[in-house]
Write a protein that binds this ligand. Structure first.
Ligand code: GNR
Ligand code: NI
Length: 163
């Protein structure tokens, strides 16, 4: 089932997501719908926050052919180092791309869709995407990392587009 995606500046994108206590069939059903929604968009990642579910769940696939689906539940960054700049976009901020500075290399701990703990090391696009998605779970958008001037211009552009 395709899920509607919230768009900036919707206040619900600012809600901090709660940890998932138990990975059950209702969570797995949401994971399935989130993958479908992400692939259809198309995007390389989707946080539950973006589909108005305020629980700590993200799905990612940075491959070209849908071959690397990743589901991270209650993700935590346990190591990070280095810096890199990447031009980011967001399904919740359509038609807007800007460079953001992130950690270059991260190590993440999470549960998979079966509730099993795993660790993952990531860099470049995958690392950027994981940091972008975990931000969503904390109510943070990539545009929050930009200058106040760029944020003001974006708000203005968004208001005009909505009229
Ligand atoms: O599809 C997406 N592309 C993207 C490109 C660069 C950095 C981050 C991303 S994530 C984005 C999908 C999305 O909005 N996830 O929250
Ligand atoms: Ni996003």
């Amino acid at each position: 089932m395709l899920l509607p995606i919230l768009h900036y500046p919707d206040k619900r994108l600012r809600i901090k997501a709660a940890p998932i206590a138990k990975v059950d069939d209702s969570i797995r059903s949401l994971v399935k719908d989130m993958f479908e929604t992400m692939y259809e968009a198309p995007g390389i990642g989707l946080a539950a926050t973006q589909v108005n579910c305020h629980i700590r769940l993200i799905v990612i696939d940075t491959s070209d052919d849908k071959s690397q689906p990743l589901c991270l539940i209650n993700p935590h960054i346990i190591e990070k180092d280095g810096e890199l700049e990447w031009s980011e976009g967001c399904l919740s901020v359509p038609n807007y791309y800007e460079c953001v500075t992130r950690a270059n290399h991260i190590k993440v701990k999470a549960l998979d869709q079966h509730g099993k703990a795993f660790e993952l090391e990531a860099q470049e696009l995958l690392g950027v995407c994981i940091q972008h998605e975990i931000d969503h779970l904390d109510g943070i958008l990539f545009v929050d990392h930009l200058s106040k001037l760029k944020q003001r211009r974006l708000l203005e552009k968004t208001r005009k587009a909505q009229q």
